[in-house]
Design a protein around this ligand. Sequence first.
Ligand code: SF4
Length: 495
Amino acid sequence: MHITKTDYLEYTYCKKNLWLKKYKPELFQGVELSEFEKKIIEEGNLADEAARHLFPNGQLIEIVGTNAVPVTSTILGTKPPALFQGAFLSDVFFVQADVLRFDAIRNGWELYEVKATTDVKRVVPYHHVNDLAFQKTVIEQSGINIVSTGVIHLNSHYQPHGTLNYNELFVIVDLTDEVRDAEGDVQAQMRDIKAYLGMPEEKGCECLYRGRNAQCTTFHYSNPNVPDYSVHDINRIGGSKKIFFDWIDRGIYRLNDIDNPEVLTGSKKAQYDAYIAGKPIINYSAIQSALDGLIFPLQFFDYEGYSSAIPRFDGFGAYEQVPFQYSLHTLHKDGRLEHKEFLITNPEGDLTLPLVERMRADFDERGSVISWYKSYESQRNTKLAEVHPDYAVFFEALNDRMFDLMTIFSENSYVDAAFKGSASIKNVLPVIIPALSYKALAIRKGDQAIERWEKMIDPTTSQEEKDEIAKDLLAYCTLDTFAMVEIYRFLKTLL
Ligand code: SF4
């Protein structure tokens, strides 16, 4: 069995997870990567390819895996100016290095790792220094002299106009000293991984002491005694270590078994109380006061945004959200509900100008603008104001009139234990309005909408498929704002 760099990084996050992947891969079958995870991998590959423009006349090893090792060795002997995806195997450890550049003066190779990030990360599992130390160790043990190490990452300040300038798109950070300092610890970890993967399966796993969000899909396999709704589901319980560890040490997993609920405060207490009561806990006066502050017509608004590691649109840099769609439901005082929407289908010219012009026409100058997690919408408004200064006053006015409907739930004015401590509309809606569901839609999540829009604007996609995707995108965004209307109406029935 070979241990790759990905295995090493996996180990730094959770060695039990790595062990299960190697010996019980069936546990991961059927667990598809999310669209978001797939996109991260794809963005990494695109950044890697783009960074090769920084090294003219470099040679690419096209073979993936250990078969590339002898080919690498042959090509290195010819001392090309740069080598991409060179492969090295030492003992059980295997790496393919993004970039090696030959330094004739020092008679050795500069090792670069390309990252589709906008800075150097020094936290597991994305610890760029340790990542390089792992690679350097394997390559040097293969007899190659590494004279320096660095990361090539995206430049967050670069906002292209016209053709991409790769020298401006990337930043090269020399990490030679940090990598040298980290090597000893990383090599100790490498010995530990090898020993750990040679051992029988450990019982349980460390996530027994972590909140639900930190756990992977194998948690129930390793911890079969923990019920589906457990203390792990209490809002941000992983941050309250003293309380949480005490319960786990005493075998308290069910909320009904908590014998010291007085230690809970804030949203944790509210969730516990709602669970024990078996019904929602409602702060009527807080809801009344929030909704009384709204001014008609109520304009329920939502953007969908696209982002990519390698900038694709003028004025938008790496990972900057490009609003490509909106839905707007306007509820009038007399109960009339109107719907307006817009989707960029032809990304040419001044990409977001048609969207901005339509927004200007669709919004009423009066009334509250209601979003869910409003900071997302208000940040997009601010960016659109920057890109289209003629509309800055319009966007500033929108931001001034924004109300975040999510706060009713995130500030515990309405708490249902079935939300499992989350105020996401995807968790709240099915509990409050079970008849309204994303399940029947072709697009059910924001990351899926991004992937679909990218497919829709791809010139190679057939018109028939483009039309189908456009229909699905409009249905998805419509539900986002209609869900807010229905949640608002539901809250009004309580008062
Ligand atoms: S549930 Fe947590 S500790 Fe257990 S294998 Fe998954 S990530 Fe590792």
